[in-house]
Design a protein around this ligand. Structure first.
Ligand SMILES: [Fe+2]
Ligand SMILES: [Fe+2]
Length: 174
């Protein structure tokens, strides 16, 4: 495989591994402090899929000998903090957080799908990312149904979007 493509694939594995780890940390913080049973049940259903996603990239990382991101502690504590924080300040923020994070992940997976399709490489990886993209889209829909018109919630959502984008950008390279 071309060196440039190999480098890009390494980036894909590294950033997805970090992102899926971050996602499970967010949901785990939310679950821990969630007081509503129906919401908790839904979050638990979602986190199960995040574990699956993470496991896949973790194995890929080992098999391909890709190094993990140096930002691991940031994803570990930052993700958990975001989860706990949103869970404590209220359900609206839990949904805003989910929507923001999942939206960015869906866009991000779509970019990767386009890249792999264009290059015609890594068919197995491509299929997995497509499947995960559909899962993330489903997580996003779950949040979308809730009421988030308040300006404070909107602002928080925008902030979380930018934060996620930034973390993704850095984790690709470092
Ligand atoms: Fe995921
Ligand atoms: Fe997700």
């Amino acid at each position: 495989m071309e060196k440039v493509i190999k480098k890009k694939i390494d980036e894909i594995i590294r950033v997805n591994h970090a992102g899926e780890y971050g996602a499970q940390r967010i949901y785990s913080g939310q679950i821990k402090f969630c007081k509503k049973d129906d919401l908790k049940k839904e979050l638990k259903r979602i986190i199960k899929e995040e574990y699956e996603h993470y496991e896949f990239f973790n194995e890929e990382m080992i098999n391909r000998r890709t190094r993990p991101t140096l930002l691991s502690p940031v994803w570990h504590y930052g993700g958990y903090f975001l989860g706990v924080f949103t869970s404590i300040i209220g359900e609206k923020y839990v949904h805003a957080c989910t929507e923001a994070v999942e939206e960015v992940i869906v866009e991000h997976y779509e970019e990767q799908i386009k890249f792999l399709e264009q290059k015609g490489v890594e068919n197995k990886l491509l299929k997995k990312i497509k499947k995960f993209r559909a899962d993330e889209d489903d997580h996003r829909h779950f949040a979308e149904n809730s009421n988030m018109r308040q300006s404070g919630v909107k602002l928080f959502k925008r902030f979380t979007r930018e934060l996620t984008k930034f973390a993704i950008k850095v984790s690709k390279k470092y």
